[in-house]
Design a protein around this ligand. Structure first.
Ligand SMILES: [Zn+2]
Length: 166
């Protein structure tokens, strides 16, 4: 997100050269630089003890493609807590262990997505109203059901690369 006006006082931003940062948007009224912002989100593979992956379908995103659990990090929350909260909200499952894998920049929405793997115990889902369907898939099925070139499939492939090394 690029600011045109200062988010604190509303003044139109100027440009100013500041040390190593180079030329940055600057509010002359607040006397401070106003850096561009991006959103920070998590996405997580949810994997049970049988190595099955929980994927969800949200009709406002797609009627056919599955996605993995994802959500915005709220101010004051660390990324691990966001993972635990989103898995509980969207699937009704308790995360036993959440491990960071890799980050992905989603340019279309100016989002930095932090990719995790969440271990859970296999159970029936208690899905949120935002979710239309959740299902357990084998890893091979998950690779077929995730959209090509999506961040979710990149995360799954990066996880498998790491997992196969272990
Ligand atoms: Zn200002």
């Amino acid at each position: 997100m690029k600011f045109i006006h200062c988010p604190y006082c509303g003044e139109k931003l100027d440009k100013k050269s500041i040390g190593d940062e180079g030329v940055v948007p600057y509010c002359n009224n607040c006397e401070m630089p106003i850096f561009d912002l991006m959103y920070t989100c998590i996405l997580t593979l949810v994997i049970n003890e049988f190595n099955e992956i929980a994927l969800i379908r949200q009709e406002y995103i797609s009627k056919t493609n599955y996605v993995c659990v994802a959500g915005h990090i709220k101010p004051g929350e660390d990324a691990e807590n966001t993972v635990i909260r989103e898995v509980k909200e969207e699937l009704g499952l308790d995360v036993v262990n959440a491990r960071y894998i890799k980050s992905y920049y989603y340019e279309k929405k100016d989002m930095l997505m932090l990719g995790f793997v969440s271990k859970v115990k296999k159970d029936s889902f208690n899905i949120s109203s935002e979710v239309d369907e959740a299902q357990w898939f084998s890893i091979d099925e998950a690779l077929v059901n995730l959209k090509d070139a999506s961040i979710a499939i990149k995360l799954l492939k990066d996880y498998l690369k790491e997992y196969n090394k272990e």
